[in-house]
Write a protein that binds this ligand. Structure first.
Ligand SMILES: Cc1cc2nc3c(=O)[nH]c(=O)nc-3n(C[C@H](O)[C@H](O)[C@H](O)COP(=O)(O)O)c2cc1C
Length: 208
């Protein structure tokens, strides 16, 4: 347990010790669903929250890179100073529960990857890492993206939810009156950041 001295709210001396939030180890997986901008927004946000984070490991499927190039017109995923792992690299630390990654975020998550995870088909690093997070009872956040959903998709979401994962679909909100695509996307990523237990200022209904 890590302890941190904080100023006492009564006497303003450093007389209270409270547990300090442990810095998080996070896996980010990017798949070939539409919405590469969600991945970009998430990675940008994680970069700015560095003080709360110990490690970010990133894995992208081939289609994720293709969709990013097509939708965003660049290969800027190469510019992030996170630890990137190849899609079949089972030597990545988070391919094992022993590395104790806290949280895995899949954004955006294709229906293919969703199905593989729901059925425990751990045949690449993304599905294996999700399998590990679920078996270790840690936090899996799935930013599922497709429309409409078939019964197969919905049943797979149900299975992942029953296994302890969180389906946080790429469904933006509009009550913060976003003006740009980036602001619309941020409404989803704000929820992801909250679910991951990270602290970040953002729009909160009837508080701003
Ligand atoms: C431009 C583009 C957009 C796509 N959008 C979606 C989508 O929104 N949801 C989805 O499930 N698949 C989508 N796909 C299909 C997936 O990329 C495909 O099923 C792939 O096999 C997913 O593999 P992955 O999960 O390993 O990345 C899209 C493909 C392309 C090329």
């Amino acid at each position: 347990m890590v302890w941190q001295a904080i100023l006492c709210g009564v006497c303003f001396s450093g007389c209270i010790f409270v547990p300090m939030q442990k810095r998080k180890k996070i896996v980010v997986a990017v798949t070939g669903a539409s919405g590469a901008i969600y991945a970009k927004c998430l990675l940008d946000n994680l970069q700015s929250l560095g003080q709360q984070i110990d490690k970010v490991g990133v894995v992208m499927s081939d289609n994720a890179k293709e969709v990013w190039r097509y939708e965003l017109g660049n290969e800027d995923y190469n510019n992030y100073h996170f630890d990137f792992y190849a899609k079949m690299d089972f030597n990545a630390p988070f391919a094992s529960g022993s590395a104790k990654y806290d949280t895995m975020i899949i954004a955006p998550c294709s229906m293919g990857t969703l199905g593989r995870i729901a059925h425990g088909i751990s045949n690449d690093l993304i599905s294996r890492a999700a399998d590990v997070i679920l078996k270790e009872r840690r936090k899996l956040i799935v930013v599922a993206r497709d429309t409409p959903f078939s019964l197969i998709h919905l049943n797979n979401m149900k299975l992942i939810t029953e296994a302890g994962g969180i389906i946080c679909p790429a469904i933006p909100s509009f009550y913060s009156l976003p003006k740009t695509i980036e602001e619309v996307v941020q409404t989803v990523i704000d929820r992801v950041i909250d679910l991951a237990g990270l602290e970040k200022d953002g729009y909160r209904w009837n508080e701003n």
